[in-house]
Structure formats: structure tokens, C-alpha cells
Design a protein around this ligand. Structure first.
Ligand SMILES: CC(C)(COP(=O)(O)OP(=O)(O)OC[C@H]1O[C@@H](n2cnc3c(N)ncnc32)[C@H](O)[C@@H]1O)[C@@H](O)C(=O)NCCC(=O)NCCS
Ligand SMILES: Nc1ncnc2c1ncn2[C@@H]1O[C@H](COP(=O)(O)OP(=O)(O)OP(=O)(O)O)[C@@H](O)[C@H]1O
Length: 230
């Protein structure tokens, strides 16, 4: 199975690209969706947030007030680190579960759409890593127009992540989404062909997938050898 990492900066166009993959029949695991699921009312994630941020963080219906929590964590790095620490285990196990379900269905290629791929070091599990890059000016314009936030709020959100240029330098594949949607779609076609190719042996060995296969095969080999079946 090929697990493709799809990342970038906030509003750089990850969802736009993952929708193109979905339309082409490639399954997606969306970390933002998982991150929402793990804080649904009554879950362990929800309880942790209420304990750490108090009852004021809840809406009248008992759900998390995401707008307020966003305001708090994107203007205070220590609060953001706290939130990340509380939710990280729930988000990562949610992601692993979603991948496992698709793997059990026999999916050969899975896209992991995750804004914090490098920040969470999950890039080790993915191959290739696609970074959706956008010109900084365009990024801020799109973010403000999509979320209706102020320029300061937009900058706070951008600064809460590793620099997009650094992510670009670490990428296996870069999609430049600064231009028109048609321009992006053209780049996407080439990327789709690339990720649909089966993994080479070198890539398999590089990925943890390969390592796990090696470990499992070695263990089975030793077991069979002990039982004199080899
Ligand atoms: C702070 C919260 C409540 C704001 O919710 P809101 O609905 O306004 O935004 P949403 O969840 O749709 O996220 C929008 C974008 O913000 C960025 N973002 C979200 N969380 C973080 C974070 N902890 N650090 C940096 N950027 C983040 C991502 O680019 C994401 O795509 C929410 O983002 C959250 O719970 N974040 C912590 C969980 C997390 O790390 N999510 C990222 C998935 S790995
Ligand atoms: N090539 C493009 N031309 C014009 N608008 C675009 C283009 N690509 C994306 N957009 C718009 O820019 C905004 C951000 O795109 P998108 O939601 O795909 O980013 P994202 O990286 O998934 O954001 P987030 O990190 O918040 O999840 C959206 O409003 C989207 O419609």
C-alpha cells in the first residue's frame, strides 16, 4: 500500500487537491475531519478540552466553541501547545484507524491530507510527500476571503505552522497553487500518474511499510525454522 502525504500551509489548497484525488477515485484520510471527530461532545478529547479551557469554551448546546478556541490558541503559542498535546494521541490513533479501514478494504493508494504532517513527524510514514505551495501574498488573500478573518488573525494562523517555504524544500513533489484552478489541475494530472505507480523496492524499504514487512517475514521465518518447517 502507498500512503501519500498531502500537506502545505493553511489555505494553500490541500482540500482543493484532495478533492481532485477523491474525484479520481483515490481515497482520502482527512486529518482535519479526524480532529473534529475526536472532540465531539462527550468524547475523551472533549472532556480534556473542557478540563483545560473551562466550561466557557462550550457553546450552549455543549459542543466546543471552535471559533473561540481558535482565537485563544492561534494568539497564544503556549495554549496551542497545550491543545496539541491533549489531542495528539486521539488524532494520531484516529488517523491510523482510518488508514487501517481503507487498507483492509484493499486500497492500494491512500492520501493522508494533513496540515501538520511535518510538525507531527508523520512524514516518516508517507511516500511521496506532496506539498501544496502558494505564493505568500495569495495565501493571505485566500485565507482572509475564505474565513472572513482579519489580516492579523490570518498571520497568526500562518505563523502557527512551520514555514511553507521550508515544507516546500522537504517535499518529494511540489504543486504550485498560486495560479488558476486550471493550472493546478494540469499539475495534478502528472502527480496522479506518479502516485498511481507501484512502489519500487527501494521505496518500500525506505518506508516503514517495508520495514514492517521485513520484520514480520523474518519473525515468520524464524518461527517456521524452529518448527522445522523450513
Ligand atoms: C483550533 C481549532 C479549534 C480551530 O477550529 P476551526 O474550525 O476554526 O479550524 P479547522 O479545524 O478547520 O482548522 C483549519 C486549519 O487550521 C490549521 N490548524 C488547525 N489546528 C492547528 C494547530 N494546532 N496548529 C497549527 N495549525 C492548525 C490547519 O491548517 C487547519 O487546516 C481546531 O483547528 C483544532 O482543534 N485544532 C487542534 C487539532 C489539530 O491539530 N488539527 C490539525 C489536524 S492535524
Ligand atoms: N487555484 C486556486 N484559485 C483560486 N482559489 C483557490 C485556488 N485553490 C484554492 N482556492 C481557494 O482558496 C481557499 C483555500 O483553499 P483550500 O481550502 O483548498 O486550502 P486548505 O489548504 O485545504 O486550507 P486549510 O489548511 O484551512 O484546511 C479556498 O477558499 C479555495 O476555494
Amino acid at each position: 500500500m502507498r500512503l501519500v502525504g498531502l500537506t502545505g500551509g493553511i489555505a494553500s489548497g490541500k482540500s482543493t487537491i484532495s478533492n481532485l484525488f477523491r474525484d479520481s477515485g483515490v481515497p482520502i484520510v482527512d486529518a482535519d475531519v479526524v480532529a473534529r471527530d475526536v472532540v465531539q461532545k462527550g468524547t475523551r478529547g472533549w472532556k480534556k478540552i473542557v478540563k483545560a479551557f473551562g466550561n466557557d469554551i462550550l457553546l450552549e448546546n455543549g459542543e466546543i466553541n471552535r471559533a473561540l478556541l481558535g482565537q485563544i490558541v492561534f494568539s497564544d503559542p503556549s495554549k496551542r501547545q497545550l491543545l496539541n498535546r491533549l489531542l495528539a494521541p486521539h488524532i494520531s490513533s484516529g488517523i491510523v484507524w482510518e488508514i487501517a479501514k481503507l487498507w483492509m478494504k484493499g486500497c492500494k493508494v491512500i492520501i493522508l491530507d494533513i496540515p501538520l504532517l511535518f510538525e507531527t513527524k508523520m512524514d516518516r510514514w508517507t511516500n511521496p510527500v506532496i506539498v501544496v505551495w502558494v505564493d505568500p501574498k495569495v495565501q493571505i488573500e485566500r485565507l482572509i476571503s475564505r474565513d472572513g478573518c482579519s489580516e492579523e488573525q490570518a498571520r497568526n494562523r500562518i505563523n502557527a505552522q512551520l514555514a511553507l517555504d521550508w515544507k516546500k524544500s522537504e517535499a518529494d513533489i511540489v504543486i504550485d497553487n498560486s495560479g488558476s484552478l486550471d493550472d493546478t489541475k494540469q499539475q495534478f494530472q502528472e502527480v496522479l500518474t506518479k502516485v498511481s505507480e507501484p512502489l519500487t523496492w527501494k521505496e518500500r524499504l525506505r518506508s516503514r511499510d517495508g520495514l514492517i514487512s521485513v520484520v514480520v517475514c523474518t519473525a515468520v521465518g524464524i518461527l517456521l525454522a524452529q518448527k522445522n518447517l523450513l
